[in-house]
Ligand binder design. Structure first.
Ligand code: PEP
Ligand code: MN
Length: 362
């Protein structure tokens, strides 16, 4: 796919801001004026809102489109909104919306994405594709491909985090490795971090925006509202224009790279060491699996079950304790040990099945 950028590539970060939802013309215009004064690149406001529950505010609908046209006229800002159906697309295009975005619930649904893509066939408008709610990179890429196949060339990706069952400090778990992999596959595509929907609350907006900048994201999409506490949707995560200004002032922008030879030599040397360690880790893992296979063979002879819960508990506890001593987070150690344990079980099961098959063949 040969995807073209939406925004002027030399500016970093690209700033997209505006309220979660357009509520009234006055609210939309007041926010836009403040944000225009701060030099943002694109004004956002949701007109059609996909809400989790049916008895909540679902957006003002097409009545809000002329308000966005007023924003363009009065402030000169370009405007964007979410389109989830062919009807939304038609109405947004007729109202002169500059950029569309595909929401996280829509990009998770190939039927909906196809409907939007069909409505966009032959139209040259930039589209921003939010990650699907489920942590599935292929689904995200599939949405991009559907739009591409309809002729959409100017696209950007918005990372807004992923649904997560259970406790997390975020409203939507960022799972940074997914957008990092997306960027590896589509290196020229512009990547925007929607820190508002990742955080779900105000106090961590800066931390997530900073992380995105450190990972070399191109821009930020942030929800800004004149009176966040009384916003009709996503009240907890919206900030005032003044708070937004403060957040931008706190951001530290590091350069993506440097041509300083001393710096490059230093990095190179450290990367070399990291590569060696990775290789060593793989050798060690292979040795561990080999030992697991030998135990599998013995268990088979003695007819003992593979999973020994008590032993697994010991391995986990010991590993977590050691990890803690080295400053490795509990989340990381648990995930690592679980993955290693599962692979060991697979190796043991393989030895057992092989023996069984041999027996059956005799
Ligand atoms: C939004 O941007 O307000 C929105 C509904 O986002 P998402 O699709 O990421 O939930
Ligand atoms: Mn929102």
């Amino acid at each position: 796919m040969d995807i073209a950028p939406i925004f002027n590539t030399s500016k970093r970060p690209i700033l997209i801001a505006g309220p979660c939802s357009a509520e009234t013309e006055a609210q939309v215009l007041a926010t836009a004026r403040d944000l225009a004064a701060q030099g943002i690149d694109l004004f956002r406001a949701g007109i059609w809102k996909p809400r989790t529950r049916p008895d909540t505010f679902e957006g003002v609908g097409e009545a809000g489109l002329p308000w966005l046209a007023s924003v363009k006229r009065e402030t000169g800002l370009k405007v964007c909104t979410e389109a989830a159906t062919g009807d939304h697309v038609e109405k947004a295009l007729a109202a002169g919306i500059d950029v569309l975005w595909i929401g996280a619930r829509t990009s998770a649904n190939p039927f909906s994405v196809q409907e939007v893509a069909d409505a966009l066939a032959g139209v040259d408008i930039p589209v921003m594709v939010k990650n699907p709610v489920n942590p599935d990179l292929k689904l995200w890429l599939g949405a991009v491909e559907r739009l591409y196949n309809s002729g959409i060339r100017r696209m950007a990706m918005i990372h807004r985090g992923f649904s997560y069952y259970g406790e997390t400090q975020y409203r939507n778990a960022p799972r940074w490795q997914i957008p990092i992999e997306l960027k590896r596959l589509l290196p020229d595509v512009q990547l925007i971090c929607d820190n508002s929907h990742i955080c779900g609350r105000r106090d961590s907006l800066l931390e997530v925006a900073q992380k995105a900048m450190d990972l070399n994201y191109d821009g930020l999409m942030t929800e800004v509202h004149p009176a966040p506490d009384s916003a009709w949707s996503d009240a907890m995560q919206q900030i005032t224009p003044v708070q937004y200004k403060g957040l931008l002032e706190m951001l530290v922008l590091r350069k993506p790279s440097s041509d300083d030879p001393e710096f490059l030599a230093y990095i190179e040397q450290h990367r070399h060491q990291i590569d060696e360690i990775d290789e060593e880790l793989i050798h060690l893992l292979a040795r561990r699996m080999h030992l697991a296979e030998e135990i599998g063979g013995l268990k088979r002879k003695k007819e003992i079950a593979i999973l020994q819960t008590q032993r697994w508990n010991e391995v986990l506890e010991k590993g977590l304790l050691l990890g803690r001593q080295y400053g490795l987070s509990e989340g990381f150690m648990t995930a690592l040990l679980k993955t290693i344990h599962q692979e060991s079980i697979n190796h043991q099961a393989f030895v057992m099945n092989e023996a069984q098959e041999k027996k059956a063949g005799e």
